[in-house]
Design a protein. Structure first.
Length: 286
């Protein structure tokens, strides 16, 4: 099982510190931002301690091909209302891809974007336009479009929308999908019927396009369109359903990433990873 969590790349140790944090959770993969997700400030590549991080990953059998970067929230390729917002999204996404290339990362999670009341079709076409401006046929980095909860004007809340984006993007061999369990639940997908969801996914998009799984419980009932993550086993999805997804044989080689909330300033990831390894719910986590 390839499982880890979101970790921080900050302070003097940078990426090396992120690997150490992942190891403290007994993880064998992890996800990180290359800088603060709310702004465009980024430290020079030379300051990230990439070589030290790669050496530590190698020592601990962490495959960098299974490590994930999350693109910042400020990227909104679906915005057709403000040209400056779209231009920033295109420029900064390209910069993030270049940074991932320099580090050696092959999987980048991206929120498809919000149409900001311009209409879903307009937003979907704008996303395609932006991806066509960014993707290059010789790049190593694959963009994993995230399934969204559908709050506000979010796009990507159904598989048909992700299919449309992928089918209409020129270099779509560089596109894949991040399945977020909380988001899919909140969007109205019944995860207790996960085999049916995978069958639909395979028919519309192809199972091989699943590049990342975000493993989160949900604070809200199915179809709420809220997007509020809960700790594993304490929400409306439940441990048994999430455990089935994490151990699904068709997703064996896909990295699973926990994004559950801290508990009293404590990161719960070591305990949650242990739950999945033992396939037993720990009701003392909270």
């Amino acid at each position: 099982m390839i499982i880890g969590s979101h970790v921080s790349m900050k302070g003097k140790d940078m990426l090396y510190g992120a690997v150490k944090e992942a190891l403290s959770y007994e993880a064998n993969t992890f996800m990180f931002y290359t800088g603060a997700p709310q702004n465009t400030y980024r430290k020079p590549i030379q300051q990230l301690k990439i070589d030290e991080a790669k050496a530590l990953m190698h020592e601990n059998n962490i495959d960098i091909d299974k490590v994930v970067v999350h693109a910042p929230y400020i990227i909104n390729l679906a915005n057709s209302i403000k040209s400056e917002t779209f231009d920033l999204a295109v420029r900064f996404l390209k910069e993030e891809i270049d940074r991932c290339e320099a580090i050696g990362i092959s999987r980048m999670v991206l929120h498809p974007g919000s149409h900001v009341k311009a209409g879903e079709q307009v937003g979907l076409d704008k996303i395609v336009e932006g991806l066509n401006m960014v993707l290059e046929p010789n790049q190593h980095v694959h963009i994993a479009l995230e399934t969204m909860a559908g709050k506000g004007s979010e796009l990507g809340y159904c598989l048909d929308q992700l299919k449309y984006i992928i089918e209409h993007t020129k270099y779509n061999e560089l596109l894949g999908v991040t399945i977020d369990t909380c988001h899919m639940h909140d969007a109205g997908y019944n995860l207790t019927k996960f085999d049916d969801i995978l069958a639909e996914f395979d028919e519309l998009i192809g199972i091989d396009k699943i590049l990342v799984v975000h493993v989160n419980d949900s604070k809200n009932p199915m179809g709420s369109h809220k997007d509020r993550h809960e700790n594993i086993g304490y929400g409306y999805i439940g441990f048994d359903t999430l455990n089935t997804i994490v151990h699904h044989p068709l997703l064996k080689d896909v990295p699973k990433i926990l994004e559950t909330p801290y508990i009293d300033e404590h990161a719960p990831y070591k305990e949650e990873i242990d739950m999945f390894r033992k396939q037993k719910f720990n009701d003392t986590l909270k």
